[in-house]
Each structure stands twice: as C-alpha cells, then as structure tokens.
Design a protein. Structure first.
Length: 283
C-alpha cells in the first residue's frame, strides 16, 4: 500500500536545519570575507577557526557581538543533515575519503532544499488547492534530485529545475495576491511597489501592502513598521535592516528564515507560523 504524502508540517521539519545531525558543513564548505558580516576571511573548504572538533561553534550564542552577523542569517534548509546523514551515509567530511566532494555537494543540495521550502509552503495554501497536484509533483521531482549519489548531484543543472518551479510559484502567488488585495485596490499599488523595486530606505510605515508583488524587491533599511503585508509575495526580497516593528507578515508569501533574521522586528511583529521570532529582535 502506498503511504500518503507527508503533510506540509512534517516536511517543514525536514527542511529546517538540524545542526546536531550535521558536521558544521556551512562552517567549512563556504567562503567568506572580512566585512560587516564576518570578522575575518575564510576560504571555501577551510574550517572556521571558531569550529570545535565536535563540529559545534565556540561563539554561537555571541555571533552578532563577535562580528559574525552573516552566520546568523544563513540557512541551509536542512541540506547539512541531508548531505551528512543521507548522501554520505552518516560520514562527516573528516571521515569521508574525499572531503572536497562533500563540500561541493552541499551548496547544490542547499539550492534544491530551498526550492522544496517554497514548494512546501505553496502546497499548504488553501487558495492554491487547484495547483496542488502540480505542486506535489514538482516537490517529489526536486526531492528525488537530493536523493541522488554525490556524482549525480554534482551533475545536476539546478537552473533547469528552478525555472519551472518559479513559474509554478508565480501562479500560486497570483491566486493568493488576488484574494489578499482589498476590494477595488488595483493590482499595482503604485509604480514603486513592484517586483525587483528599489525601495532601499523607503518610508512605508503603516502602508496597506496586502497582495503586493514585492518579489526580489530591495527593502534594505525600509521603514515597514505596522505595514500590512498579508498576502504579499516576498520571495527573494532583501529585508536587511528593514524595520518590521508591528508589521503583519502572518500570511506573507514565500518568506524565509534568512530574510527575517536579517531584518529588525519586535514582539508585535506577526510572522507566519513556520518562522520563529529571531532572538535579536526587540522584546
């Protein structure tokens, strides 16, 4: 008998980083440079000097204070534990015959896991039920890619699969945003509110942005206090240092943990149930 498909809630747990089941892959495989986000340079494949032998970070509770804000806004979407426990059968990069292969596979799987995060969200939306069959099929197709052998994963052209997923997510977005917009409100709130818009430092406090299409918009440092962003498509929007104090993002579309961690908020900020409130936000 075929098992019923996993629920979006069950899948979400598999798309959430479990550092205890990883081996510090993000602390080794990825490169970073001295900047406002990182306190020193590190080459790809070089273990971070803050990484312990047990793969734990020596300064994890103090990353922001020690100059590693970039670490706090990174999310592997569960790729770390999948690569460690599944792709390499529980071998850490220290145990694997070819650590370089582990490091090369990790970012590919992360991209695929991020797509699964968005597809899983879409599957759980009641307004997208007409597309659920296509969404489930797309999810299964991408998930199978993450279950390949290491060499097969490296041969995967992620863009070939990302483009149709983006088309499908856009269709979902159109359904949700049409329902979220207030009666009589045009599809485009203004010429400023559009996909990819430059809204750096924009004054949008208290604005009714329900159903807005802000995919890929630059909202760095924007004032979004008390803004209503229910049903707004925020896929890939840059929310670094945006002020979300009191904003309603409870039903915002395609919002991810890195976006929220990069922004500022407070106890009154309403978030989707799948996202936890960042510890550095004001209480």
């Amino acid at each position: 008998m075929t098992s019923p498909p996993a629920s979006p809630g069950d899948r979400a747990s598999l798309l959430t980083a479990d550092c205890a089941s990883c081996a510090g892959l993000c602390c080794v495989a990825l490169a970073f440079s001295t900047s406002a986000d990182f306190a020193f340079d590190k080459d790809a494949g070089e273990p971070c000097r803050n990484l312990e032998d047990d793969f734990l970070c020596t300064i994890h509770p103090h990353l922001r204070d020690r100059g590693f804000k970039g670490c706090t806004v990174f999310d592997c979407f569960g790729a770390g534990q999948k690569v460690t426990q599944q792709t390499f059968s529980g071998q850490t990069w220290r145990q694997a015959p070819d650590a370089g292969l582990v490091f090369a596979v990790f970012p590919v799987v992360r991209q695929l896991q991020e797509m699964l995060w968005y597809l899983n969200e879409a599957i759980g939306l009641s307004l997208a039920r007409s597309l659920r069959g296509e969404l489930e099929a797309a999810y299964d197709r991408i998930e199978r890619l993450t279950e390949q052998r290491p060499d097969e994963i490296l041969d995967t052209d992620v863009s070939v699969f990302r483009d149709p997923v983006n088309v499908l997510l856009t269709r979902v977005s159109e359904l949700v945003r049409a329902e979220a917009r207030p009666p009589g409100k045009p599809a485009a709130v203004s010429r400023r509110i559009r996909p990819g818009a430059d809204l750096i430092g924009a004054k949008l406090a208290g604005e009714d942005l329900r159903g807005s299409h802000l995919r890929g918009a630059y909202l760095i440092g924007a004032d979004l206090r008390r803004a209503d962003l229910r049903g707004a498509d925020l896929l890939g929007a840059d929310l670094r240092d945006a002020d979300l104090g009191g904003a309603d993002l409870s039903q915002a579309l395609f919002l991810s943990r890195p976006q929220i961690d990069a922004a500022r908020g407070d106890a009154e900020t309403a978030l989707p149930h799948a996202l936890r409130r960042p510890s550095h936000w004001a209480t």
